[in-house]
Design a protein. Structure first.
Length: 447
């Protein structure tokens, strides 16, 4: 038995995403009064004691999407219902029973999973009698209020009473993913298409409409017996183009996805020129010291007319400070080179977690100093006494010296280059700190 899913459904604007965030205990889904904000299925692996379940947020049933994606949204909702272990049918107590609620109830009549009617916005006991109206739908009613944090324990109890208990074998499969990979890029670069190919399932809505993915969506998959997490993110926009609350929160969640990822895949469309958005995104990845692969997608469109070397040169000339970042050429729609990309992603993950022993590091530092001594600064040559790796993810090296300010940015880049060439950090960001050694230590050495 695989992981059970608790699927949240209902008409638009009853608070489905609020219920999702409330049960997850985190602000994950965008909550906005605009109808149709949630399009893809959004998931979160929740733990309650020793019991796990995957919460699934869905789009509003019956919503007329402004980008003509209604059919796609409905397919996503139905897919979630078919896979559900428990269904939370969210209604609005203050609005009362509507014809749209009755239509949703009719659609759930043939669902194979147990259904709990969650009467949201029941902010106090006086509204409980108003929530009783929904008993006409023939479902168990649980009055709640996400705003007032009311009824949560009761709802959790009802959910997990209906979830089949997991076996020990099932629980082993639900450990922390081996690696979390954020898939980022500007709009229409093929991120969602690649994920669908990766998991061999129409897991994300794929459309030519720019900005289809508004939330960052977690998708679990397995490769060579290991569990991984792919994070599909909204397409980035230029800062001045972020004009609505939805755009703002989509960008915020995409940036948060980069921060929590182990490795980032920055997607480019092979048929499009690099844009200012790509540069802003690359800068943000660099600021977070995240391992990254430049992924040139839709390569089948240009493979016969442009050599890969030309795109490599284009990327290297554009992102001069990211010369260590590997480059991959794929076709997400067909899966071409996808396995190689994932293998390389695992290599970066391993590099970022690597550690070097202090003796090996100091031998390398001394060799680097002899090969290329630092320039004299104010009639005094800067010295490095010793170094040590103090952390990983990213690899973080601390050098003790006599004058940190005496080492120019150029010389620091030289040291980073030596570390990448000679240690196991060849393709990942490295943090380098220089610290003045205590005066007592310097005096001791001078004796």
């Amino acid at each position: 038995m695989g992981i059970q899913q608790v699927v949240i459904v209902g008409r638009p604007n009853v608070g489905k995403s609020s219920v999702f965030n409330w049960l997850a205990g985190k602000r994950l889904a965008i909550v906005d009064p605009t109808s149709g904000v949630t399009r893809d299925r959004m998931t979160y692996l929740a733990e309650f004691g020793d019991q796990y379940a995957e919460l699934v947020d869905t789009g509003g049933m019956g919503v007329k999407d402004v980008d003509d994606l209604t059919e796609h949204i409905e397919e996503q909702i139905q897919t979630a219902i078919d896979a559900a272990g428990v269904i939370l049918f969210v209604v609005d107590t203050r609005d009362g029973l509507t014809t749209f609620d009755e239509e949703v109830a009719g659609r759930l009549r043939y669902a194979g999973a147990p259904v709990i009617c969650v009467a949201n916005k029941t902010d106090h006991e006086e509204l409980d009698s108003q929530a009783d109206e929904f008993y006409r739908l023939g479902r168990k009613i649980v009055p709640v209020s996400t705003k007032q944090n009311r009824g949560k324990e009761k709802l959790i109890e009802e959910i997990f009473e209906r979830l089949p208990k997991m076996t020990d074998e099932d629980a082993e499969l639900l450990g922390e993913p081996e690696m979390k990979v954020a898939i980022v890029g500007r709009r229409n670069t093929g991120k969602s298409t690649m994920i669908n190919t990766l998991v061999n399932d129409e897991r994300m809505i794929v459309s030519e409409v720019a900005g289809t993915t508004r939330d960052s969506v977690d998708v679990r998959f397995e490769l060579d017996g290991k569990s991984f997490l792919a994070i599909d993110t909204p397409g980035f926009r230029r800062r001045k183009s972020v004009s609505t609350d939805i755009d703002f929160y989509s960008t915020h969640r995409a940036e948060r996805s980069i921060r929590r990822a182990d490795v980032t895949l920055l997607f480019f469309d092979a048929s499009q020129r690099i844009s200012k958005v790509d540069k802003q995104l690359c800068d943000y990845i660099a600021q977070q010291y995240k391992p990254c692969i430049f992924v040139v997608n839709k390569w089948d469109l240009l493979a016969d007319s442009m050599p890969t070397e030309k795109w490599v040169t284009y990327l290297r000339d554009t992102f001069r400070t990211m010369w260590h970042v590997p480059i991959a050429f794929i076709t997400g729609q067909t899966g071409r080179n996808l396995k190689m990309l994932l293998n390389h992603t695992q290599m970066l993950f391993k590099q970022a977690r690597s550690r070097v022993g202090t003796p090996e590091l100091n031998n390398l530092i001394q060799a680097a100093l002899q090969h290329n001594p630092p320039p004299i600064d104010r009639h005094r040559r800067p010295k490095i006494y010793y170094g040590t790796q103090v952390a990983s993810e990213p690899p973080t090296i601390l050098l003790f010296c006599n004058n940190p300010k005496g080492f120019s940015a150029t010389y620091r880049r030289y040291l980073l280059g030596v570390f990448r060439d000679q240690l196991s950090f060849g393709e990942v960001p490295i943090k380098l700190y220089l610290r003045r050694r205590k005066s007592s230590e310097e005096k001791e050495e001078g004796k």
